[in-house]
Design a protein around this ligand. Structure first.
Ligand code: FES
Length: 122
């Protein structure tokens, strides 16, 4: 059902936790399944130097948030805003159709953290 990469990121999630004095934070949830995702980012000179997440959710939610944090590190705000759930899924080798909404949660949590950063640094 899940690719090896999804299982790897679920069993060994990267960047779990919180960032003290995060530059931006965002928490999103899915009303249907009840899963929640919190994303913290650290930005220096317009570049995301660190990203950490906490996910109370399913295997696909954990794997996509783990992969998403890896993908936005080293990116500018504009580049990270352009990251889509499809790119995260592709990088994971795909997800079953019923699990696509989990990757949307990862995209939304990153966007929420980036918007929080932009609000604070407007
Ligand atoms: Fe809800 Fe995966 S089942 S995020």
């Amino acid at each position: 059902m899940y690719s090896d990469k999804v299982m790897d990121h679920f069993e060994h999630p990267r960047n779990v936790g919180e960032i003290d004095n995060a530059s931006g934070s965002g928490t999103v949830g899915n009303a249907k399944c009840g899963d929640i995702m919190k994303m913290d980012i650290k930005v220096e000179n317009g570049v995301i130097v660190d990203a950490k997440f906490k996910t109370f959710g399913c295997c696909a939610a954990v794997a996509t948030s783990s992969m998403a944090t890896e993908m936005i590190k080293g990116k500018t705000i504009e580049e990270a805003l352009a990251l889509t759930n499809k790119q995260v899924m592709d990088e994971l080798g795909g997800l079953p159709p019923v699990k696509i909404h989990c990757s949307v949660l990862a995209e939304e949590s990153i966007r929420a953290a980036l918007e929080d950063y932009q609000k604070k640094h407007a």
